[in-house]
Design a protein around this ligand. Sequence first.
Ligand SMILES: [Zn+2]
Length: 251
Amino acid sequence: MYETVKGLVIREVVFGETDKLIDLLTDTGVRTVRVRGARKPGSKYAAVTQIFSYGEFCLRQSGERLYLDSAVSLSAFYGIRNRLEALALASYFSELVRRTATDQPQPQILRLFLICLHYLSEHTREDLQIKAVFEMRLVTELGMMPDLVCCPVCLRYLPPKPILRLDRADMVCEDCYPGPGWNDLAVTAATLQAVRHAIYSDLERVLAFRVRGDSLWLFAQYAEAYVLRRTEHAYPTLQFYRSITGLDSEN
Ligand SMILES: [Zn+2]
């Protein structure tokens, strides 16, 4: 039985003498596919089946397992392969998606991944912004987004000093803030707008904005804390990214 799917390779592991297994993120979830002879010299599917390659894959079902029959590359995201930070970040995105994957069709998650890989590859946004947008939009697509429409007490939409509350997954203004909490983060109005853009914007425009300086730092700090809190996992790929970018030593 044959089937053609568009998919992004989000993991590859050595299998047997010359084969490998790849995880393909598709519109209908993650599929594990065995690629025969992928590690033989001159294998014609070596490039299209490498990590973070997006392509059209013809799969053959045999028993319980899926095999690659043929494949055509749609995008290789070359810019990612030249930059360790970009590769590390993409690996973290991959781990996040694999840890939170469900059996439900999630075409939005594939689309989000592709958009973020595009920006990482082109390097037209700061990596920290791409990371924070990916984190916030992923939890949004998984139904775990915060409610940041307005301050729940005075209903102000854009207070000058918003406070993002991690535990309650909401925002309250400084005037209505009842008191210090463990996981509350005072941010700038620009940070609040950045988080809102990441969770409420049209997916195609999810990175069509810029945030810089302190507002970006706060955005990144909030997004990472939020995703760790909601998904309740530790991510070795995140630790690796933090170690090579010096984020660990700055906190
Ligand atoms: Zn208020």
